[in-house]
Design a protein around this ligand. Structure first.
Ligand code: MG
Length: 156
């Protein structure tokens, strides 16, 4: 059995589309970044790369590379899944914690779970998504950013 941990944070920008786990969520702000800013997919990809012993998302998709500008984060997941297949391993589970002050993410959890399962090619019951606020403190609590932590387990 192998596990990997992932963490990501993106700044919120007014008028940008908010994507979490590939799900569009209505909000005044969206996540900025070189790609589409999907902090949930990025954290899970990093956790998967970690479990595979394959470095991090920045090594595979440098933000200095114009190829990944505005990139759909599902592309990153696809590449990480190709590395997973190469090692003949399978995802046993995905657990992620989103940290965001607003909007309330509870109503979107089932959709994010379903979509994340589809993106990473696993059954929805192997995916768990948690959402917390930062108790109004710090950059996340002040609505300047969103973060995500994730763990991916693998088995042979
Ligand atoms: Mg990122």
């Amino acid at each position: 059995m192998r596990v990997g941990i992932g963490y990501d944070l993106h700044k919120l920008k007014k008028g940008r589309k908010l994507l979490l786990g590939g799900v569009a969520i209505p909000h005044t702000h969206g996540l900025s970044g070189h790609s589409d800013g999907d902090v949930l997919i990025h954290a899970v990809v990093d956790a998967l790369l970690g479990a595979l012993g394959q470095g991090d998302i920045g090594e595979h998709f440098p933000d200095t590379d114009a190829r990944w500008k505005g990139s759909d984060s599902r592309v990153f997941a696809k590449k990480a899944l190709a590395l997973l297949r190469k090692q003949k391993l399978k995802i046993s589970n995905i657990d992620a914690t989103l940290v965001a002050e607003a909007p309330k993410l509870l109503p979107y959890k089932p959709k994010m779970k379903k979509n994340l399962a589809k993106i990473f090619g696993v059954r929805p019951n192997l995916v768990n998504i948690k959402a917390k606020t930062n108790e109004k403190t710090g950059s996340i609590g002040q609505g300047e950013a969103m973060a995500c932590l994730a763990i991916v387990g693998l088995n042979g």
